[in-house]
Design a protein around this ligand. Structure first.
Ligand code: FAD
Length: 506
């Protein structure tokens, strides 16, 4: 009865979201104890049944197929509600949304869309995306999975690993490069919809991995040799690489949805623990360093909120995001660093009791860690942010960082708070490690702009002020590091004369 009610796309979103919250709270706190559940692998069927019974993924499905129309603000709010209960649940919904349903809605054929959307609406199917290969992760464009066309189908062949929902999803978007007659692979990348319930489209899981965290999501290595119907190839608007960038940037802009609920949970747990725990006759919350950690958690909560507000205006599938690398990379890399810091801080504040798989803080460290690696390793993303800004500065023939950022839409207002730090001529030929440091600072400046924008929308002003001052402090420290030019060099063959014990005992 309730499930029918919320499946109706006309139901106001507030009711839909509250229903989802009730179901996930009930599944994780009443039917099962998530702290115990999370020490073993996989998602018990009754948990998934209960959470999915309100059809949360209908949120991504266009209205003409009976869904709620893919409104980004609704998707972000749903991801946050999920990650407050379980980061793995939120990532499961995030994979289905940003890596499967959204690209299909934007680039799929009519035939593929109506078949897939119907199965999502009526049979609670799931979908994921396979890009990464054992030999090609960060350099995904060199992937070796290939395809050939036989006239009425495509044969897609290769090995993919680490795709979230391995062995579980009903549908996959497979990425591959076309094999030419010479045997060489074309440069562009194509996307194919694979329905593992069809003959000729089964994917063989050769091995399941012992992933360090996110126990509820299966990962592994897949052998692919499938025949895909012609209409199940996605249709890029220009090149496949642009489709890939549009997809990845949209997904990165939606990370704040998963981050917000997770950070809020870490913050709420830290607050409730430190209000109760007495150490040396004082409540923990009365110690200055503890308050410092709690204030940082609150600032992270505000920043993730600001990023959600920003993405809700920009990340819809109607926008072409292939050129939005700076903003998407800044959001993804910084918010995932904040997630990891939030979990680390909670564990520090709770102490030994949190150093357990069955504690949400301990688990939070391992569950949030891969967010800094997948969909673009943060080290790479930070350096790519700087690459793009330096390129734009060269094009604009402007070497003063302050002047350049002041005229940039992403940083205009924030630079007003940072003039002294940024008013210098940037060396436009920097080593990669300096580009990473600069990228870290730029991501914080871009985020500060979003926090200022959130303030103008009426968000609680004391939270905004605290967050601005925390960001100023962090940017000051990063720019201090950046201006320090001595660089420790790598000594590859370090073994000779480097054992302290031998020095006095020859
Ligand atoms: C939990 C989890 C979920 C995942 N989900 C998916 C999924 O759903 N679908 C999918 O296709 N893949 C998925 N992946 C794979 C993920 O996208 C890759 O792990 C990621 O792209 C990095 O590739 P790699 O692991 O091969 O590392 P490598 O490419 O070997 O890189 C390792 C490290 O080297 C450094 N590095 C690499 N290149 C550079 C450079 N140019 N400059 C400086 N440093 C560099 C970085 O520190 C990087 O982290 C997932 C991975 C994990 C752990």
């Amino acid at each position: 009865m309730k499930s029918n009610l919320v499946s109706n796309p006309k139901i106001p979103f507030g009711i839909f979201l509250e229903d989802f919250r009730d179901r996930s709270r009930h599944a994780y706190r009443v039917r099962a104890d998530i702290d115990q559940l999370s020490t073993s692998r996989g998602m018990p069927p009754f948990v998934m049944r209960e959470v999915m019974s309100g059809n949360p993924l209908s949120i991504n499905i266009p209205e003409q197929y009976g869904g709620r129309g893919g409104k980004v603000e609704e998707i972000l709010a749903l991801l946050s509600a999920a990650s407050y209960e379980s980061l793995a649940l939120s990532l499961t919904l995030g994979i289905n949304s940003a890596l499967f349903l959204q690209p299909l809605a934007k680039y799929g054929s009519e035939e593929a869309k109506s078949m897939v959307f119907d199965r999502f609406m009526t049979a609670q199917n799931m979908g994921g995306l396979m890009i990464t290969e054992p030999g090609h992760g960060s350099d995904a464009l060199n992937m070796q999975t290939s395809f050939t066309s036989s006239g009425d189908s495509y044969n897609v062949k290769g090995t993919k690993h680490w795709a979230g929902l391995t062995g579980w999803a009903d549908f996959w978007l497979l990425t591959a490069r076309e094999q030419m007659k010479s045997g060489d692979l074309k440069r562009d990348v194509d996307f194919f919809l694979c329905d593992v319930n069809q003959n000729g489209q089964q994917i063989v899981v050769e091995e399941f991995f012992d992933n360090l965290g996110l126990y509820q999501i299966p990962y592994g290595r897949n052998r692919i040799d499938v025949e895909i119907p012609l209409l199940h190839r996605l249709q890029p608007h220009s090149t496949g690489i642009k489709l890939l960038l549009d997809l990845l940037h949209r997904s990165r802009l939606q990370f704040p949805g998963m981050a917000l609920g997770f950070i809020q949970r870490m913050m709420d747990e830290a607050l409730s623990h430190t209000k109760e725990r007495i150490v040396s006759g004082k409540r923990l919350v009365e110690y200055d360093q503890v308050q410092h950690r709690l204030a940082e958690l609150q600032s992270s909560f505000t920043i993730a909120s600001a990023m959600c507000a920003n993405s809700s205006e920009k990340a819809g599938i109607e926008h072409d995001l292939s050129g939005s690398g700076v903003e998407a990379n800044a959001v993804k890399s910084y918010v995932t660093d904040l997630m990891q810091n939030a979990a680390q801080s909670l564990v520090q504040l709770v102490g030994a009791k949190a150093y357990r798989l069955s504690h949400i803080g301990g688990r939070g460290i391992t569950d949030s860690r891969p967010f800094q690696i997948f969909e673009g390793s943060n080290d790479m993303l930070y350096s790519q942010i700087s690459d793009a800004i330096v390129k734009q500065m060269k094009q604009a023939k402007e070497s003063n960082l302050f002047k350049f950022l002041q005229s940039n839409d992403l940083t205009q207002k924030a630079t007003g708070y940072l003039k002294e730090l940024l008013d210098f001529n940037l060396n436009l030929e920097l080593p990669q490690r300096k580009m990473v440091e600069l990228g870290q600072a730029l991501s914080r400046i871009i985020s500060m702009e979003m926090v200022l924008d959130l303030g103008t929308k009426g968000f609680r002003s004391d939270l905004i002020e605290n967050s601005i001052s925390s960001l100023q402090k962090e940017i000051t420290s990063l720019m201090g590091q950046f201006s320090y030019m001595l660089q420790p060099q790598l000594i590859v063959d370090y073994q000779e004369n480097s054992t302290w014990y031998d020095l006095g005992n020859r």
